[in-house]
Design a protein around this ligand. Structure first.
Ligand SMILES: [Mg+2]
Length: 294
């Protein structure tokens, strides 16, 4: 994890619109801010409309590894949100680079990454997998493919959908016997759904790291590389003029502050039904602003 930011006190506001004039660009988290699993969060549409009216650029910075960009756009459309493909930045956008780096350290160099048959990786995620040009060349370990885990050169973890406890135990045993690189596209431990919290790849991969000694490579929030992509996209806007809106202290707030941008924590996702201020104090990760909803 990035280092914790210096202590600060969160200012309670009514929502993003109250402070929008102090910023030149907005980075939204999706789950817990704009949507709760499938359904949209009520305040999302007016908040998004206010940003669109202002003409300020926005990006959706998401750890979602379950779907490709086109499928995410379709899901957003179903919720009443219209985005352009280039506005959505998932953690897995860094996968090709991470594979190349992984293959260049401790493995024979491969060009292009993951294409050599002796370097076939395993992949954990739901069909259709994101980044088909890369992932179609990998062995699916979800949905019965776990039997081939001993043959793979490394593992890319996109999503926990259909990933069973028995699959996880088999993966751990295989990596314990023969450690290989693990890249996780979604570092989240959990995600908010109506009525429950899900288990996400970060949870499984942290457990795996604890019991195998393998040091996973994490893509996505709160790590710096994905913020560099998003902020690079936004051009030369001063970082203190960019605000990130999220629902989770350890991803959205920590990542934003490590990247030098401001943060608004909304109470519609991870902290739902609990005392967000107390949770942030407990974590030592306090947002610049806190609001009941976006
Ligand atoms: Mg979230």
């Amino acid at each position: 994890m990035p280092a914790k930011p210096p202590p600060r006190t969160a200012r309670r506001i009514s929502g993003l619109a109250e402070v929008l004039d102090q910023f030149d660009a907005v980075i939204f988290d999706n789950f817990g801010v704009l949507s709760l699993g499938d359904p949209a969060i009520d305040a999302g549409a007016p908040a998004l409309a206010a940003v669109r009216r202002s003409g300020k650029p926005l990006r959706i910075l998401t750890n979602d590894g379950a779907k490709g960009i086109e499928a995410m756009l379709a899901d957003h459309h179903g919720r009443g949100y219209v985005f352009r493909a280039e506005e959505i930045i998932p953690g897995y956008r860094l996968l090709e680079r991470a594979l190349a780096r992984s293959l260049s350290t401790g493995h024979p160099p491969a060009e292009p990454p993951a294409l050599r048959t002796e370097q076939v990786w395993g992949v954990i995620g739901l069909d259709p997998l994101p980044l088909p040009a890369l992932t179609q060349l990998m062995i699916p370990l979800t949905g019965g493919g776990i039997g081939q885990v001993d043959t793979v050169a490394g593992v890319v973890f996109f999503d926990t959908g259909d990933w069973r406890d028995a699959d996880q135990q088999r993966l751990v045993a295989s990596l314990r016997a023969a450690p290989r690189p693990v890249i996780v596209c979604n570092p989240d431990l959990t995600a908010p759904y109506p009525g429950c919290l899900s288990i996400e790849p970060g949870w499984s991969v942290n457990q795996l790291a604890d019991s195998t000694g393998v040091e996973p490579v994490f893509l996505g929030k709160p790590f710096a590389a994905i913020y560099d992509v998003a902020l690079g996209d936004l051009g030369d806007i001063p970082r203190e003029r960019i605000i990130a809106v999220g629902d989770t202290p350890h991803t959205d707030v920590l990542g934003a502050h490590a990247a030098g941008i401001k943060s608004l924590l909304v109470e519609t996702g991870f902290t739902r039904g609990r005392d967000a201020a107390a949770l942030m104090e407990q974590a030592g990760i306090v947002a610049d602003y806190v609001a009941a909803t976006v």
